[in-house]
Design a protein around this ligand. Sequence first.
Ligand code: G3P
Length: 223
Amino acid sequence: MALFLDSADPDEIRSGMDLGIYAGVTTNPVLLSNLRPEDRLERFAEIAKICPKSIYLQVSWKTVSEMENQALTYVEVAPGRTIIKVPMAAEGLKVCSLLKTRTVPTCITAVFTPTQAYAAACAGAHAVAIYVGRISKSGADGVAVIRQVADMFAAAELSTSILAASIPDIDTLIQILSVPRVDATIPFRLQESLLHSKGTDEAIEEFTAAARGSTNQPAGLQS
Ligand code: G3P
C-alpha cells in the first residue's frame, strides 16, 4: 500500500518528500516534455538527489535494443533504487525480459486490461502501472480492473506489484487503497486534498486560539 508521487518537477518532489509520506517518485515522458531530450538525464539525477527512495524512470518509445540501452543508462542514475518503466507492448515485454536477465527491475506501464497485467507479470515485471483514470474515461471501470488484477495475482501467486496510476481524484484513490496489495501514484495536485479537511483546519484554529489563551476562541470551543 505504498504511495508514490507522479511528478518530474523538482519543487513538487521536494515538497512531497519533505512530508515523508511517499515511497518514491514516478515519472513519464509527458511529465518531462518541457525539457529537451538531452537534458532529461540531468533531471533524473536531480530527482534522485531530492528523493532518496525508489524512482521510476520511463524509457522513450524506440526499438527494443534502444530501449534496453537507454534503460541501462537510466539505472545508473540511482543504482539499486531505479525501476525502469517500459510501455506495454510486445517490444516492451521483450525489454522487460532482457532487463530481468540483468536484474534490472521494470514496471510495464500504460496497462489497461487484466490480460496485459498478467503478460507483464509473466515476463518478470517488478510492477505493472494500471491507468485507472484513463480506463474509466474509455468507458470501462478502472477500479474494477485494479481489483481483477489484484485477485488474479493473488490466485496465481504472482509477486509483481500493482501500481495504480492516472488517478483522477481522491475518491478514486480511496477505492484503490482499499484493495489489498495495491500501491498508488498520485499527481501533485492531489497532495493538497489528501491532507486537508475543513474540519481539521477549524480544529487547528481552535487549538491555536486556546494555546494563546485567547478569549476570542472560535465558536466551537466556547461552552
Ligand atoms: O504515470 C502515469 C500517469 O501520469 C498518467 O496520468 O492523468 O495523464 O492519465 P494521466
